[in-house]
Design a binder for this molecule. Structure first.
Ligand code: GDP
Length: 315
């Protein structure tokens, strides 16, 4: 069977930037995105899938790229009104964004699985890539802090990722299964790309699903990861803090370690070239380029590099 698609494992912000570049380099129809659902939550009775929405909005060219989340040209009038009734307002739901959450919640209520709801909704907004939730089963990232256990959004948005982190767990991971579409996508891919996403709270929840980890270990495709860290710092967000809390070295070498059992290559920034020898020692290949994506042009350059460097493997 000819392998025609590229599979990208994705969280939110970093993956959204990279995908905007990738679809300039390969046909969007050939891109499958397996997306984290560990961040999903319920607000005002609505099912919110922050990573899926960031990916879908980015591919539909409707993401607010300055904020890094939500729709561009957004207003927050409903949020203001909702405060009158004492509803929580720390999770900022935009007026037009609310339609997405209403639609998803309604489709789930009618009996669709998340995969079906997302397929329907991404098609409706003109996304040609296949956006696949990692699982349809409940899987939620929990952050243990000195003040108690928080859902990821409580930690990340409400507490602005300030509390000390004692541990990170993935509730439901032992019982969760990936959909057949996710497993086929990984197994039959031309190339599997781990996006520059938080290894602990964006990629980690997906790897905690045994079927996903097994598929990554067994796939015929090469697996290449893009580091979300340059030196000891994440480009944005709490990746460094969470890696430290989970006992990983806070560097691109630590990122390679998170994926060591299935990773063939890791892409590091030019500034981290000196780390290559220690990573290669672990039998993971190292590819070096500029991995910062300030705009779509930079993202295209990174995607071009990755497709070119891994094209023999991709056949
Ligand atoms: P969160 O923001 O930590 O919850 O994680 P996400 O997985 O949603 O996306 C943010 C991740 O993308 C962070 O770990 C960032 O360091 C990474 N990131 C953001 N922008 C870039 C970029 O331009 N280049 C690279 N290599 N990583 C990036």
């Amino acid at each position: 069977m000819t392998r025609t698609h590229y599979t990208v494992l994705a969280g939110g912000t970093g993956a959204a930037k990279f995908l905007r570049g990738l679809v300039q380099v390969v046909p969007e129809e050939d891109v499958h995105v397996v997306v984290n659902v560990g961040d999903d939550t319920e607000i005002w009775g609505l099912h919110i899938s922050p990573d899926i929405d960031s990916i879908a909005y980015a591919l539909a060219k409707r993401l607010d790229t300055v904020r890094g989340w939500g729709l561009e040209n957004e207003t927050f009038r409903c949020l203001e009104e909702a405060q009158t009734y004492g509803l929580p307002s720390w999770f900022r739901l935009g007026d037009r964004d609310l339609a997405t959450h209403l639609a998803r919640t309604e489709f789930l209520r009618r009996g669709l699985k998340l995969t079906g709801a997302v397929a329907h909704m991404t098609k409706a907004i003109g996304v040609k890539a296949r956006v696949l939730p990692a699982t349809d089963d409940p899987l939620r990232t929990k952050i243990e802090t000195p003040g108690g256990v928080l859902d990821f959004q409580e930690f990340f948005v409400r507490e602005r990722w300030q509390p000390q982190v004692r541990s990170v767990t993935y509730a439901g991971a032992n019982e969760a299964h990936a959909s057949a579409a996710v497993l086929n996508s990984i197994r039959e891919s031309k190339l599997v790309i781990i996006a520059p996403s938080n290894p602990i709270t964006s990629i980690g929840p997906m790897l905690a699903i045994q079927d996903v980890r097994d598929a990554l270990r067994c796939t015929r495709a090469e697996v290449v990861a893009i580091s979300p860290l340059i030196g000891p710092a994440a480009v944005s967000g709490p990746a460094a803090k969470l890696m430290e809390a989970c006992g990983y070295e806070v560097s691109p070498a630590g990122v390679a370690r998170c994926y060591h059992d299935f990773l063939d290559n890791i892409v590091l920034d030019t500034r981290d070239a000196a780390l290559a020898a220690s990573i290669r020692y672990e039998t993971i290949g190292v590819q070096i380029t500029d991995i910062l994506m300030p705009d779509d042009e930079a993202a295209r350059g990174l995607a071009e590099f990755i497709i070119h460097e891994n094209s023999t493997a991709a056949g």
